[in-house]
Write a protein that binds this ligand. Sequence first.
Ligand code: ADP
Ligand code: MG
Ligand code: MG
Length: 949
Amino acid sequence: MSEKKWVYLFTEAELKQAEEYAGSWDGVRGLLGGKGANLAEMSRIGVPVPPGFTITTEACIAYQDDQSFPDGMWDQTLEALKVVEKQTEKKFGDPSNPLLVSCRSGAKMSMPGMMDTVLNIGLNDETAEGMVALTENERFVYDSYRRLIQMFGSVVLGIPDEEFEGVLERFKEEKGAESDTDLDAGDLKQLTEKFKTVVKKAKGSDFPQDPIKQLELATKAVFDSWNAKRAIDYRRRANIPDDLGTAVNIVTMVFGNMGWDSGTGVAFTRDPGTGEKKLFGDYLMNAQGEDVVAGIRNTKPIQEMKDDLPEVYEQFQEITKRLEKHYNDMQDVEFTIEKGRLWMLQTRTGKRTAKAAIKIAVDMCNEGVIDKETAVMRVEPEQVNQMLHPQFDAETIQAARDEGKSFATGVNASPGAAVGQVYFDADKAEAMAVEEGQDVIMVRPFTKPDDVHGMIASKGILTSEGGATSHAAVVARQFGVPCVVGASMMSIDADKRLMKSNSKTVKEGEWISIDGATGEAFIGKLELTAPDLEEQVELMTLLTWADEIARLQVWANADYPKDARRARTFGAKGIGLCRTEHMFFEEERLPFVQEMILNAEEAQNLINNVERLEGFLESGKLDGQTMRDESRKEVEDELVEAKKKLEDSEAVNAYYDALDKLLPSQRSDFYGLFEAMDGYPVIIRLIDPPLHEFLPSQEELLVEVTQMRTKGETKGLEEKESLLEAVNKLHESNPMMGLRGIRLGIVYPDIMRMQVRAIFEAASDAAKKGIDVKPEIMIPLTGHINELKHVQPELEAIGKKVMEEKGVNFTYKFGTMIEIPRAALTAGEIAEVAEFFSFGTNDLTQMTFGYSRDDAERNFLITYVDEGILPENPFQVLDRKGVGRLMDIAVSEGRKVRPDLEVGICGEHGGEPSSIEFCHLVGNNYVSCSPFRVPVARLAAAQAKIKND
Ligand code: ADP
Ligand code: MG
Ligand code: MG
């Protein structure tokens, strides 16, 4: 057996070997990491890449066992180094012609939480002198050497970077230098010595002079960084598995700091903020790579390179076009120019804002580069959501400027508006956001990977330094956090916890507003507005494609006509849930609703009594026995009396009065819905919640009544007392499992009757006006077929009667919610009566898990999720194994009986991508979600189809 291969050169032959071993390009990325795989790939397609090699992620995993390199790895590394020496005609550690390399981490997924790169490995006192002789550029050599000691010291040896920065700052002051570039060769040589002293002081040993030792320690540091806290934190948030490992890339150094014909930069092939098709990036002349990314020196926009180095710019444009075409996606590249020669140091799929993701996907499809399916898969459903996030409209911004609220201006790094309280470090920002629930804007001079937790928790980010490709900008765009960077007029005093700009001072905890689209920051809170979907042409196009692809329709949960209209503009193809009881809460209706409830029991008892007696007479039987004449007479007399009682009863009159008053308002609500949804189905759910929800709380009433009694107040006391009595009567220990839904329909049938009449009257009126109505009446909380048999035919008869009265005819459906496990399990029976099912997955989840959804989240569910006892909160992400299995049973049993059974979902899950995918899998006809989630759901429905069919 041949030895395991741990190291792959950036050569065509070795890349091929990697492909054979890993089986696919995805596998190669897994083995070599994204950076390594793409470096080899660029080299294969003829893009200039400095020679180098990759130590695999497998080596990293093996290393984690006992913190030592696996057998053979180090030998292979040294062999690969020999090959690179040949390729470059230089020698590692040889003072007469030294090879220098960088040591770079690179996992499969790009991770800003990973270890920083160490450049200029191979420099020591001797090779430095050798390089001076060779390049006749002492300044450059000692600039490189001091950088090595600083990076190695902080990244590999773990000395806080501030110690080096502090020395540098003081040294610059001493020398009267403003910028690093003002330091001359002698200065940098001195600085190198000072840095060595920093290392010696901190570690008690010298900076390692042996190049091989440098390389070994750097490699180990990369491997160790895989399990550093910030890397683990990042993986948690970005959902990256812990067992992938990182590769190490050893790359021949090319130098952007060799003079003013050298430089370095980063660029995107399209604008990662807006998606516009033009090169976007920054560069610096006479600098090494880290300078641009760190945002320490002020960079120049990439377009200016046309003037500085026209030929290089041309070549660069050609290469970036080629790379974009090769990878079929927007690329984010890093490059260095050494004495007029261009080298590519990295390419990867560029992170982008939601806006850019959508525009790039649509543009590339229109350019014929990708197909519609690919375009649809390129956008995350949550990115669609971001497009609907609030923004500042132009007038608000203008008004703020006019009112003198402008605080600072910087680079518009990540679009979106944010209003929040200012905090000056990541830990505080996170604490205030997570623990205090504040809206936070994190303000820093610039950010580093350690700051990511605070950035993600914040509503917005503002920095005083750095450009459009600085760390803050890149991370903000990735997580969709509005961000302004490089607001350089701003001065931050981290000790005093305040910042100043434009002769204004903002203290920690005070409110500011930032606009990531214009790059402005304002004092105080600006008003946010919802963006207009129809103006977002690319998003509309993408969603149209999604609709063409998806099998699952998207409907909306909407109670009011205005919600229905919004849902429709967002692309809903129906209303999946109108909760009629929401209308009961309206101020002018609630008194009638309460009137109805307060009298329901007494009225119903009287009604029941009459019906009972009529029943005896009709059947001629009493207690199962045929009635004799004298008992018949008795029953008849009783009936007369009961009828009289009924007629005279105040309760009955009040009850029907209230129902009569509610009917027209319900009718007009429904009319508006039918009008808004002309041509589309509208599912209206009959009353669902327990009645006590419409009454004042028991505790409050008790307090009031007691107070009135002790104070001797009599005015209104009687009403309060009877209200309290009614509330006491309605009290249940488990109201969610009590008298509600269809159970109300059986105990107090007149309420649902009134509602059905209102629905059919509204639909008839609308139909007469030429509106295409498709009402669907949904009965909640069925658990047993007999319940539905008891309620549904009678309600349907009312509907028919109304149509007859009004002289119109339209199609309608009667159906039920499936939200009780027993209903799902007996769906075959239920489908004999119900014409449609709608999964109420909030209740279904509650009843399947036996978790009270009103209490579980605050009591134990969050702990369950944190501890990994549940993979996710089942009220957010549908539990496929349990709740989902019930759904699956219900759909298949139901369709066996009624093949055209319409099935949908109207719980919160209807707008959540993974749950939507599951609905696609079980064969739902539609998902229904809140209007704002409709665009998200449309994309998710298409993605479910593409992923699974
Ligand atoms: P990150 O993953 O943080 O982007 P990289 O490994 O890409 O880290 O390194 C950061 C920067 O260091 C690069 O953008 C590049 O400018 C510079 N760099 C890395 N390797 C080399 C090299 N061999 N020669 C010159 N510059 C390099
Ligand atoms: Mg990089
Ligand atoms: Mg329910």
